[in-house]
Design a protein around this ligand. Structure first.
Ligand code: PRP
Length: 207
């Protein structure tokens, strides 16, 4: 008997791209996929169960083994070291991490501050640049920080660049490109190897 595979999907901006990729790989997603209130969705015929999680939490579900697989942005993987395997670059939801701030401004000499949803990434980036900065962790609307004087720089995701533009901010440095990855729980990867390989192959064929 085929065992059920549980996949943690990120709610929000990656969800649509991930669902499109699954459809392209001929998974018959149920109509509930378009109604994002339901948090657990199943495709009976494929023996697949999807759990809909906050993007930052996907790797947590996978690491704890309650999801065998997950779709997580490289940004999330870089921010938190997790005991999971990265199986595939799905090449969806491309964006990049960048340092931004108000135009023609410098980091303060006295107490430079950087706001970010990615404190670890931001901290290593500035350390490598030889800059000692205080990192201020925010959970969203990061672009507010320089506008109201909380920080001189932000480290955040840039996709279209529209949010920076509309808030009068400019990019100072690009840190790295980001796409979404298929990740796996190491134990599931051994015990459900055949099913996982089958799914990886179906996805890889349409990337
Ligand atoms: C992300 C990111 C930027 C914005 C970038 O925020 O933090 O604010 O998208 O996209 P753009 O370059 O296309 O404008 P998100 O919408 O995920 O919400 P958040 O503010 O809660 O992080």
């Amino acid at each position: 008997m085929r065992e059920t595979l549980t996949i943690a999907m990120p709610k929000g901006r990656i969800f649509e791209d991930a669902a499109d990729l699954l459809r392209a790989a001929h998974f018959q997603l149920p109509p509930e996929f378009d109604d994002n209130r339901k948090l657990i969705l199943e495709i009976e015929e494929e023996k697949l169960r999807f759990i809909l999680a906050k993007p930052m939490d996907v790797a947590t579900y996978v690491e704890h083994g309650v999801a065998d697989l997950g779709i997580a942005g490289k940004d999330v993987m870089m921010e938190e070291e997790r005991d999971v395997y990265e199986l595939l670059d799905l090449k969806i939801s491309p964006c990049y991490l960048a340092v931004a701030g108000l135009p023609d401004t410098k980091l303060s000499d006295v107490a430079p501050r950087v706001a970010s949803k990615y404190p670890n990434v931001a901290s290593s980036f500035f350390r490598e640049q030889g800059e000692q900065v205080e990192i201020i962790k925010l959970n969203g609307s990061i672009e507010l920080a320089p506008l109201i004087g909380l920080a001189e720089r932000i480290v955040d995701i840039v996709s279209t660049g529209q949010t920076l533009k509309e808030n009068g901010l400019v990019e100072y440095e690009k840190i790295c490109d980001i796409t979404s990855r298929l990740i796996a729980n190491p134990v599931s990867y051994r015990t459900k190897e055949q099913r996982i390989t089958e799914l990886v192959n179906r996805l890889a064929a349409v990337i």
